[in-house]
Design a protein around this ligand. Structure first.
Ligand code: CP
Length: 302
């Protein structure tokens, strides 16, 4: 991991995932340390973010490092027509690590090829979100005590949801059974199903939510990704397709936890927040420890 960019979750191995989770658990016990003193991390967000950007910034601040960057490309020289290549080469001069979110699939890989410092993909279009995936793995391990042999229902926008694509690839290392719950318009893309077929991973596809989560260990809810739809009318058709409520949780397994990468729009009733099966806000907190682990491993400081 040292000095290597993290662009897709399959840039890392199963052993790498477990090592990140081990170090994240150390940071959970002691999140404030001076490990990043003198380190500058650049956060370049070409798309909106609350959790990813702020948890990276919290993670760096709690480890004594400094953050530079922008939250809106319109406030950078991109607005004057500067290319992504020139932006990345310039920011490489000012930082030890670049964290970038960008709407174009493949942009993070391209940035990593031109940068002179490691790049962490904080989400590239509908493609990948590897740091979210690692905090999802950490959350699954924390709530289930294991990553192995779990039944995982993934619900909602499985077509455009980049966290879904990263999660199914990573979890395929731990013999899961997947239950994909989506309307026809938002099913898992064929390339990911081929990936699972090649690894002999079991999965079922369903449309109904309530009757298909009863035997799940994890129910991973997702938002319908309005920003990825070319036609707003297509979004209108599916935007309220699933709304998880407390009644639907009757009869689910005692150990079951609800995860969601957030932001939520309306796919989980707010009443569910009080349910002991709701884990999405602790999951967001886990983002700090996991990102501390990822950055310190890449910087060779752990
Ligand atoms: N989970 C996630 O990526 O959230 P943000 O878009 O708020 O960063």
């Amino acid at each position: 991991m040292k000095n290597k960019s993290l662009i897709s979750i399959d840039d890392y191995t199963r052993d790498d995932y477990l090592e990140i989770l081990r170090v994240a658990a150390e940071f959970e016990k002691k999140p404030v340390q001076n490990i990043l003193e003198g380190v500058v991390v650049a956060t370049l967000f070409f798309e909106p973010s609350t959790r990813t950007r702020l948890s990276f910034e919290s993670a760096v601040s709690r480890l004594g490092g400094k953050i530079i960057g922008f939250t809106d490309a319109a406030s950078s020289s991109v607005k004057k027509g500067e290319s992504l290549k020139d932006t990345i080469l310039t920011v490489s001069n000012y930082s030890d690590l670049i964290v970038m979110r960008h709407p174009l699939e493949g942009s993070a890989r391209y940035a990593s090829e031109v940068a002179t410092v490691p790049v962490i993909n904080a989400g590239d279009g509908a493609n990948q979100h590897p740091t979210q995936c690692l905090l999802d793995l950490y959350s699954i391990q924390q709530t289930q005590g294991t990553l192995e042999n779990l039944k995982i229902s993934i619900v909602g926008d499985l077509k455009y949801g980049r966290t879904v694509h990263s999660l199914l690839m990573a979890m395929s290392n731990f013999n899961p059974t997947f239950n994909f719950i989506a309307p026809d318009e938002l099913k898992v893309p064929e390339e990911y199903k081929r990936f699972l077929d090649l690894k002999n991973i079991k999965y079922e596809e369903h449309v109904d939510l309530a009757e298909n989560i009863l035997d799940s260990d994890i129910v991973y809810m997702t938002r319908v990704q309005r920003e990825r739809f070319a036609d707003p009318l297509e979004y209108e058709k599916v935007k309220n397709v699933y709304i998880l409520n407390n009644e639907m949780l009757n009869g689910t397994k005692d150990n079951m936890k609800i995860l969601h990468p957030l932001p939520r729009v309306n796919e989980i009733d707010e009443d569910v927040d009080e349910n002991e099966k709701a884990y999405y806000f602790p999951q967001a907190l886990n983002g700090v420890f996991t990102r501390q682990a990822i950055m310190t491993k890449i910087l060779g400081l752990k």
